[in-house]
Design a protein around this ligand. Sequence first.
Ligand SMILES: *Cc1c(COP(=O)(O)O)cnc(C)c1O
Length: 495
Amino acid sequence: MKYLSTRDKSLRLRASQAIAQGLSRDGGLLTPETFPTLTPALLEELRGKTYGQRAVAVMKLFLEDFSEEELTAFTQAGYAPEKFDDPRVAPLHPLTEDAYCLELWHGPTSAFKDMALQILPHLLSASLEKNQEEKTVCILVATSGDTGKAALEGFKDVDRTKILVFYPKDGVSAVQALQMQTQQGSNVGVCAVHGNFDDAQTGVKILFSDENLREDLAKRGYFLSSANSINWGRILPQLVYYISAYCDLLNLDKIQMGEKVNYCVPTGNFGNILACWYARQMGLPVGKLICASNSNNVLTDFLATGTYDKNRPFHTTMSPSMDILVSSNLERLLFALSGQNDKEVAGYMEQLKQTGCYTVSDEIKARLKEEFYGGFCDEVKTGEVIAKVWKEHNYLIDPHTAVAYDVMEEYRQKTGDERKTVFVSTASPFKFCDSVLHSLGVSQVCQGIDALDQLAQVSGRSAPAPLASLRDKAVRFEESVDKEQMMAVVLDMLK
Ligand SMILES: *Cc1c(COP(=O)(O)O)cnc(C)c1O
């Protein structure tokens, strides 16, 4: 199987080349040319396996230049019991007979980014070796919270890699800041940047495009790469849990083999929901794909009209990981829906760059309507949903998950579709204690990390161990710099 750029399909790379490169040189996203078939027989076989075994079986279909032994080693390390606090890794929580919550936050950083970032570093390190890359890769990340910590945990002490994370000094929660400041590992660096997420991200983009820096680092034996969801190595591990959830529904006797199930995904950069769409391409019996947004509802409008328009106000919400106006991975969907028409995709992306807006063809519009439903949930409603699910089901969810739950309900009411639905839970409620406590009606919310204990007390649930133990961890990284000084931080780390 070859990997193509969404903007130039004459490019044909092996899997390990696509993963080592991350982004195509033409700006396109590297994407499999074809999708292997998930036959009922294979699904039947996966039913009897553990999560790690399911991951190996699915990933090996896409990674022809990796051996089964390698993939087994990666999943055993990435999804090890020391790292995931549930042996099922991605357990399915039945809320009602029709609604099942897929919990993707049992990993080391309590957010779904772990599902992929526990595997990507191994894939990347092996890909460098397979391509005779002698230099060490340095992953640079600008984070608004979840990605930075998950990347640090994933890359910590992985051979031939270093990782440096910049976060906005005033833009992450107390828990998130402490998670990063106390990061362990010999190959990691963390630095706060004065300003907001945009300042940190702009700073990182400038570093990536600096030719002199690139040359200087090459002489020192390093090259820069990124860990965000444009890399195929981050999308692929995400296909697994959609397939795994279907197996679990079969094993629970909730569905018959072949019966279609709807999936509802809280969406930001479109990586997570795209993985589900790919699983359907492979033959997973998926009914509607429900795309849930917060007040930044650019995708809701796009799915309804076929026009993507990022010219709109940016809202800061209590589901910050979905505060995104340009969803990069949508480009991969457009590539598929246009019949792999690279020129057409490049055209849309050029318009997006020039005007912030594009309209897809009628053919694509029709496909979108058929396969997706888009909805959004505003701030007030998000809080209400957290309280309602707690009251009615005695189940605690975070704001991102609440957005998904609400849009799932809206879809059902509007359409009368009664298919069983899996809605995706992307973060532990303990990662967003303040918002959850406020939503539950607590008026005096404790400051900083004390809110963790408060939520544990109010809910009678215990906080995930890695969050609860933050209090006792030594702070290693206290540096904060102006964005003009970010280059110096990189050079200092890669001496
Ligand atoms: C990253 C993230 C999302 C959005 O996922 P995408 O793949 O960017 O669509 C949703 N919820 C949480 C908690 C996240 O960290």
